[in-house]
Design a protein around this ligand. Structure first.
Ligand code: PLP
Length: 394
């Protein structure tokens, strides 16, 4: 490896020996591609014409009133595929093609990353295998159908709890055995080096656009950027441009039933440093180092780990991480729909809820950008059932 891939005391690559050459090959390819105008041009072209970038930066009257300052939504919900994940899968897909790989593999929990990978595999003519916990396969039937329609093979995993972390372990195992022709498209800014950096670089376009669009619309940069944090890819993409400026960076983790109940996914808020999926970061674990399942109303935030760069941003005090509960996220989901006619993903609803929670911090001179990471159509049935159940319990 040319880099250690560390962020302060976090990050690195703690993987089985056979994976090291694959990670080295990936790091070299990424460093070359990063500096190649032809690669940048191909990616920018597809991001524009296929995926619909730049996404709008929209000044929200309802949120501006609610927070008492100018509030803009970065509309990743309008990106092709319905969420920011397309930025990453398009980037990694092009990188795979450049490396001469013929097969993409990916892990998926709720199915969103699996769909985004299958979509890009279809576009680039690459074979796709998606590893998915068998419980998730049953729970996420529409996404399984989408993946199959895009030509991907979905491989159900029965090991462990049959959810995301087991799917990641299986995908890594498969990769070890098929390094020559296979590219592992990792879904968030976590995992072993170089993934946290690669994913950040492909998501960075979010913050770059925020910077340019806000200067054009408002004549200045944001005083705060707020984003939800699952593994941390949409948040690091929104933050990266502003790390060296004095913008407040605020991540919102899934507080589930409440962080004090133990049923939540607030990895940074309540986890401890540990090793998960090949790097050191914060991890939800018990006193014996057993990984805790994360709990959240939003399947996309339901990951017991978090990207190492976020762990470092928190430890160094550069970014702050708060949480929003299931209930607060549901409120935000219904509230934004009602007030603006925008149906946010349940994940993104946490960012809205987090912003509302800290509204009293902002004054008239503040300019807040909330990253609306995805659209909520996928969550409709689940959210309506939860809202109805809440209504009935009152
Ligand atoms: C997957 C997903 C997330 C969580 O993933 P990050 O890597 O933390 O960004 C957030 N929002 C939406 C809409 C998603 O699909």
């Amino acid at each position: 490896m040319r880099h250690t891939g560390t962020f302060g005391r976090f990050g690195g690559f703690y993987v089985a020996e056979p994976l090291i050459p694959a990670l080295e090959e990936l790091e070299s390819a990424w460093i070359e591609a990063r500096d190649d105008p032809e690669f940048a041009g191909a990616l920018a072209g597809l991001l524009r014409d296929y995926a619909g970038r730049p996404t709008p930066l929209y000044r929200s009257p309802a949120l501006s009133e609610e927070l008492g300052c100018a509030v803009y939504l970065k509309r990743e919900d309008l990106l092709h595929g319905g969420a920011h994940k397309t930025n990453n899968t398009l980037g990694q897909g092009l990188l795979a093609a450049r490396m001469g790989k013929t097969r993409l593999i990916a892990e998926t929990g709720a199915g969103q990353h699996g769909v985004a990978t299958a979509m890009i595999g279809a576009r680039l003519g690459l074979d796709v295998k998606i590893f998915m916990g068998s419980l998730d396969v049953a729970r996420q039937a529409p996404n399984v159908q989408r993946m199959k329609l895009f030509g991907a093979e979905v491989i159900p995993i029965d090991n462990g709890s049959g959810s995301l972390k087991d799917a990641i372990n299986e995908a890594m195992r498969y990769w070890t055995e098929h390094i020559r022709d296979t590219f592992y498209v990792f879904g968030t800014a976590a995992g072993p080096h170089p993934y946290p950096s690669i994913v950040r670089d492909f998501q960075r376009v979010i913050g770059e656009e925020i910077h340019a669009q806000l200067h054009a619309a408002h004549g200045r940069g944001p005083t705060a950027v707020i984003a939800c944090v699952g593994g941390g890819s949409n948040a690091i993409g929104a933050f990266a441009r502003f790390i060296d400026e004095d913008t407040a960076l605020i991540g919102v983790e899934p507080g589930g039933h409440g962080v004090d109940t133990g049923k939540h996914g607030a990895t940074l808020g309540a986890g401890r440093a540990g090793c998960l999926h090949g790097s050191i970061s914060y991890v939800l674990q018990d006193a014996h180092g057993q990984i805790h399942e994360a709990h959240s109303i939003s399947a996309g935030l339901d990951y017991p780990g978090v990207g190492p760069e976020h762990a470092h941003l928190m430890a160094s005090g550069r970014a702050e991480y708060i949480s929003a509960t299931d209930d607060e996220a549901l409120d935000a989901f219904a509230w934004l729909s009602r007030r603006e006619g925008i149906l946010p993903a349940l994940e993104s609803s946490h960012a809205i809820a987090g912003a509302r929670r800290i509204a009293d911090r902002f004054g008239p001179d503040d300019v807040v950008v909330i990253n609306l990471s995805g659209r909520g159509d996928k969550d409709l049935a689940h959210a309506m059932a939860a809202l109805d159940a809440r209504e009935a319990a009152r």
